[in-house]
Write a protein that binds this ligand. Structure first.
Ligand SMILES: C[S@@+](CC[C@H](N)C(=O)[O-])C[C@H]1O[C@@H](n2cnc3c(N)ncnc32)[C@H](O)[C@@H]1O
Length: 465
């Protein structure tokens, strides 16, 4: 189904937005085969292994499989430079793709590694260990060891849950690696549910019962460590018990591709990879929406051993998507990036949008002026990623990206059009921009101020000719 999707235009001043909306009108259409559940964690809630840790920013295996089939990409090498919990690789390896995953945050890397090792573990032994663990509750007999906090996670747990976590960690330190990994992922998966916090995109929201916040937010039930860990481990044992193995139905007919995991920033790692080597780049970067992964995953990062300084460093190394990100010296990182980054910052659509935001800021209508720098940095850094994606792909290879448009102070920022312009500059052919049929609404605050309209959430399909 093809339909022009109208942008949220403000005034005659939006001529550049109009111009590019009409330039891409024939390439953007609703795709009724995909839905919000597929591009979010929702579809993975019940899928074996993926449900162990709720990586909220993840998409589903179904989405990756759908596009591999739709585009008839022949197995070869697949790259995901923003790997998160590794969904791309777990899906594409079922078609025989060998995968390179790049992920910066220790939490994503840990999830990916445990998922990989769970596939090769002796599943019956793990299941039997979990079953006796549930019956015998062995951690209770172990000494308490101090758990690691950082400034923003202090007071996150009740005293009882803190003690249980400390004893559990002493216990899991005595286990062989594969078992320790499985118990550790179970622990990381329940942290939010046993804490006074809730992940809220930009930050951790604190429940009034923590004594840490003056607000009156109540997150609902806070589980005891014991009930939460037992329930999580039951799920894990059930998944390991699945008849056809963890790779699902395709497993029987295909060779599974391998998965290499590279820890660090894709801005640093992508330039080190070999050119013309990949059939597919399939990814979803952080959106330009101010979500701060280092804050929302602070409980998990702290338990994985990160300290305050390391977390600050991770925040600055991430793709710029929060108002705290400082400008990265991209040309210093790679002189080849001068072209794409200058193209991006001088693109007429970008220039106009930044001008509009500056005007809003001058009139006190932008709730944080650093949003402007964040957007400039985001677009420049994405230009370098797209440039690298082009370099790494073989001729005929596809770059598939899931991303959301954003809105600040009522002004729509068409990330899909901006990044597709950059992709064309880098040499890609923009094949299609699939929009999700149901649009994301505004926050209630924005709806009040700017009226109700929708933001596009899309899957971009670019091809190296
Ligand atoms: C939208 S999530 C990807 C989710 C993934 N598709 C999945 O299904 O789990 C974006 C990821 O990019 C990672 N990231 C942000 N900046 C990065 C960088 N410079 N290098 C590598 N990874 C980065 C974040 O930590 C996050 O896990």
């Amino acid at each position: 189904m093809s339909q022009t999707l109208s942008p949220n235009l403000q005034s005659e001043d939006d001529n550049e937005t109009l111009r590019y909306e009409s330039k891409y009108a024939n390439l953007i259409s609703y795709n009724l085969d995909i839905n919000r559940a597929m591009v979010s964690f929702q579809s993975s809630k019940h899928s074996p292994i993926h449900r162990w840790f709720k990586y909220r920013e993840g998409y589903s295996e179904a989405l990756v499989k759908y596009y591999i089939k739709k585009l008839s990409v022949k197995p070869g090498k697949c790259l995901d430079p923003f790997a998160g919990s590794g969904t791309t690789a777990f899906a594409s390896s079922q078609f025989g793709f060998d995968n390179t995953l790049i992920e910066l945050l220790p939490i994503g890397n840990f999830i990916i590694k445990v998922k990989i090792s769970a596939h090769s573990a002796n599943q019956l032994e793990v299941i039997s260990h979990i079953r006796s663990f549930i019956l015998e509750k062995p951690w209770k007999r172990f000494e308490y060891s101090q758990i690691n906090y950082i400034n923003i996670t202090k007071k996150a747990f009740s005293l009882e849950n803190d003690v249980e976590i400390g004893k559990f960690q002493t216990y899991t330190n005595t286990l062989p690696k594969i078992l320790k990994d499985i118990y550790d992922i179970a622990l990381l998966s329940i942290l939010e549910s046993i804490s006074f916090t809730r992940k809220d995109g930009q930050y951790l929201r604190w429940d009034a019962r923590s004594g840490k916040s003056l607000g009156n937010f109540h997150k609902g039930a806070i589980l005891s460590f014991e009930e939460a860990i037992v329930s999580k481990l039951k799920d894990i044992a059930d998944d390991l018990d699945k008849e056809f193995g963890l790779f699902g139905e395709i497993y029987k007919d295909n060779d599974i591709g391998k998965i290499d995991v590279l820890e660090g920033s894709c801005l640093k790692i992508m330039p080190q990879l070999k050119e013309d080597d990949y059939e597919l780049v399939f990814t979803s970067p952080p959106y330009a929406n101010r979500y701060d992964y280092t804050r929302t995953y602070a409980l998990e990062l702290a338990l994985l051993g990160c300290n305050d300084a390391e977390i600050k460093e991770l925040r600055q190394t991430m793709l710029s998507c929060t108002v705290e990100n400082r400008k990265k010296n991209l040309i210093n990182m790679n002189p080849d990036w001068r072209g794409p980054s200058e193209y991006a910052e001088n693109h007429p659509l970008v220039v106009q949008l930044i001008k509009r935001l500056n005007e809003k800021a001058a009139h006190g209508n932008l709730n944080n002026v650093n949003i402007i720098g964040m957007l400039e940095n985001y677009i420049r850094e994405m230009a370098c990623i797209i440039y690298e994606g082009y370099r790494l792909l073989k001729d005929g290879g596809y770059f598939v990206m899931v991303n959301d448009n954003v809105r600040y102070s009522g002004l729509d920022i068409p990330i899909d059009l901006i990044l597709s312009e950059i992709a064309s500059y880098c040499g890609f052919k923009v094949v299609q921009i699939d929009a999700l049929p149901i649009h994301k609404g505004n926050s209630s605050q924005q709806m009040g101020e700017h009226g109700k309209s929708s933001l596009r959430k899309c899957v971009y399909i670019w091809r190296k000719p």
